[in-house]
Design a protein around this ligand. Structure first.
Ligand code: PEP
Ligand code: CO
Length: 451
């Protein structure tokens, strides 16, 4: 008989016995409970077999046979739940994955930061403007960004809206993929019109042509259309921050043992909630999904080992990712001790690099931004440090969008501070725009080939 849970002392609500950081404070507990009860009765957003199939692919990432591309918005917003934003984001990720498959000679597993990336950690619980103090904006799952008491009041109904918007997003993504949008025979479907004049796009088109030729050639050899090229897998992920929401979508399913968080395929926890003794780690330890933990310079080596013991006690392949976000200036000093500590403990994890969150800065004209070259350098150094220590970087975690925004500096178009005001749309962190994302995928290929 299979165990009921891989952690017998764990329950979907055992996190409540621990201290939970970054939680919204609702003024009407009965209304919160009603919303959670409704959520518990609604269908999940993903299925257990999809979750297990992602875990199998991540086991290949761990073995160095597949590369992980994870990317999307810092924070999704309810108003961005529209077809063009969703399909443009999908197009960028598909194009990037094509560049990676071609250059790395490896299959890629694609994971979007979407269909549920609605809750954000904040550095302070409150925000003060002109002597007025209100609760901080915690993402569309909790409240609204506008600086009024009404907008900032955490509203439990938003949990239901978050679930619906996630379902609408997943439904559209699934329909596009099943309908042939992700067909490798037709990469022209992924074209984003406004980029035609860019050099990077020309480079990309040459690559597409060479892939189309190989597909065509293989099909002539096989004497038939290769059906496994007509669709690709796409998985969802978000930061598992709002624990009551995550708990409400954590389910047992027929013919499977244990519990699955079916709000997403791949939940991760952020740097601010990765305390080994805290509620978020407690929640993550009992679910069968693959899980991620953001780790930074402030994460001690001893804590890394304890996190791995707590989150993957059975040492299951494909189960645990450490997503390091150190900043280009700290990778060389911090990453080696992290890798060595894990080696010494004998615990294996998948390493992924988030080159965004350690490279955030403010410009003199008041924008939060990131420099393309710092992002690229952090990635390049991460590849090198892993390689030099006999480890390998299994994937990347990026904040990006398919829109023509101006939020990060640099890249082929050499965006400068004066450009930022033109199309700065992010409500939270600055994202790579479409062109910068494609260029980053090409940079990754170069870095990988130089190893
Ligand atoms: C994020 O991924 O948007 C985030 C807040 O990251 P971190 O927890 O690494 O700061
Ligand atoms: Co962010």
């Amino acid at each position: 008989m299979q165990p009921v849970s891989n952690a017998p002392d764990w329950k979907p609500d055992s996190w409540k016995t621990r201290s939970a950081r970054q939680q919204a404070s609702y003024d009407d507990p009965a209304a919160l409970q009603r919303a959670l009860t409704t959520l518990e009765s609604l269908p999940p957003l993903v299925t257990s077999w999809e979750v297990l199939s992602l875990k199998r692919m991540l086991a290949e990432v761990q073995a160095g046979k597949r590369f992980l591309l994870q990317g999307g918005d810092c924070a999704e917003s309810f108003s961005d739940c529209n077809p063009s934003i969703i399909s443009n984001r999908l197009k960028v990720l598909l194009q990037m994955s094509l560049v990676l498959i071609h250059g790395l000679h490896m299959p890629v597993v694609r994971v979007g930061r979407f269909a549920g990336q609605f809750a954000k950690p904040r550095s302070s619980d409150t925000e003060t403007r002109d002597g007025v103090t209100l609760p901080s904006y915690r993402g569309d799952l909790v409240n609204r960004q506008e600086f009024t008491a009404e907008a900032r009041r955490p509203d439990p109904q938003r949990l239901l809206q978050g679930h619906s918007n996630s379902a609408i997003t997943m439904n559209f993504v699934r329909a596009l993929i099943e309908g042939g949008f992700a067909d490798l025979h037709h990469p022209e479907y992924w074209k984003l019109d406004w980029l035609e004049h860019s050099d990077k796009y020309r480079e990309y088109q040459e690559l597409v042509k060479s892939i189309s030729d190989s597909v065509h050639f293989s099909e002539i050899l096989a004497g038939r259309k290769l059906s496994n090229l007509s669709r690709v897998d796409f998985f969802s992920s978000h930061e598992a921050l709002h624990l009551p929401y995550e708990q409400a979508l954590t389910r047992q399913v027929p013919r499977q043992w244990g519990w699955f968080n079916l709000s997403t395929h791949f939940p991760w926890i952020g740097l601010r909630t990765n305390d080994v003794e805290g509620a978020h780690v407690e929640f993550l330890r009992g679910i069968r999904n693959p899980v991620g933990v953001k780790v930074g310079a402030e994460t001690s080596s001893a804590d890394l080992v304890r996190l791995a013991q707590r989150l993957n006690p059975d040492r299951e392949a494909g189960k645990l990712l450490f997503i390091h976000r150190l900043g280009a200036d700290k990778v060389e000093s911090e990453l080696p001790r992290m890798i060595q500590a894990m080696k010494k403990s004998g615990q294996e994890v998948i390493w992924s690099c988030d080159p965004m969150h350690g490279n955030t800065e403010s410009t003199s004209n008041g924008f939060k931004t990131r420099r393309f070259e710092n992002i690229r350098n952090e990635l390049e150094l991460s590849f090198q440090v892993h390689k030099s220590l006999g480890s390998h970087l299994g994937g990347v975690h990026l904040e990006l969008t398919g829109e023509n925004v101006t939020e990060c500096l640099g890249g082929a178009r050499e965006l400068v501070e004066e450009d930022l005001h033109r199309a700065y749309k992010s409500q939270v962190d600055p994202r790579l725009n479409y062109e910068q994302s494609l260029e980053m995928a090409m940079a990754i290929v170069g870095q990988f080939q130089r190893l």
